[in-house]
Design a protein around this ligand. Structure first.
Ligand code: AMP
Length: 215
């Protein structure tokens, strides 16, 4: 059934990529490279990358390619050299990043594009809440998947938080960045014959089944 080695998850912000990526990681043993989380961690640790990325993230823009490409390629090579299956989540975000994968012989076998009607994205993003305990990382939604106790994680009882860039005033900028920079990747991978479109407007478990069946 599952004979796809390296895969990429594509989709607009709020499409549910992160939730599906976690399932692929835990249930199918993919090793996930989640550039958004790596960047947020760098920002909270005030590393060079974090300090340089902060203004871009807070403007809903992509951080410059030269800050991100080398880091992802090195993670990916490590996984590949150890015989693991790579799951890219949040990279590539533009054609230049996609070409960097090709240049570095990181071959993608399948690209899963999660589709959500555009008018639903804002509500999905603004209501999202994350567990502050990084080793837990549970994700909730104030309306669609609320925690039992408001703002407290059901699993580890740590406080929940809203991502800074999930605030309503930044969401339009992020969606616009997606439209201009990232969406062209759908066509890029369609031409390469590896794009799979998945309906993301369903129950999480149904979407995961659809993804598994497509691999
Ligand atoms: P995400 O958690 O994937 O929504 O990413 C959060 C933010 O991190 C994005 O809005 C970008 O500012 C930045 N980011 C994540 N991945 C990339 C990437 N591959 N290239 C450039 N910027 C990125």
């Amino acid at each position: 059934m599952n004979n796809s080695k390296n895969i990429l998850l594509l989709g607009a912000p709020g499409s549910g990529k992160g939730t599906q990526a976690k399932l692929l990681e835990t249930e199918l043993n993919y090793q996930r490279i989640d550039t958004g989380s790596l960047i947020r961690q760098a920002i909270s640790e005030k590393t060079d990358l974090g300090l340089q990325a902060l203004d871009y993230v807070n403007a809903g823009k992509l951080v410059p390619d030269e800050l991100i490409i080398a880091m992802v390629i090195s993670h990916a090579k490590n996984i590949q050299d150890n015989g693991g299956k790579i799951l890219l989540d949040g990279f590539p975000r533009n054609i230049k990043q996609a070409e960097a994968l090709v240049e570095n012989n990181i071959v993608l076998n399948k690209v899963i594009n999660i589709n959500i009607p555009f008018d639903k994205l804002t509500k999905r993003i603004v209501g999202r809440r994350l567990c502050t305990n990084k080793s837990c990382g549970a994700v909730y939604h104030v309306d669609f998947q609320p925690s039992k106790v408001i703002d407290i994680c059901d699993i580890c009882h740590s406080p929940l938080m809203q991502r800074n860039d999930d605030r309503e005033e930044l969401v339009n900028a992020r969606i616009e960045t997606y439209m201009t920079e990232t969406k062209p990747l759908n066509e890029y991978y369609e031409k390469a014959n590896i794009l799979i479109n998945i309906d993301g407007d369903k129950e999480v478990t149904h979407i995961f089944e659809d993804i598994k069946n497509s691999l």
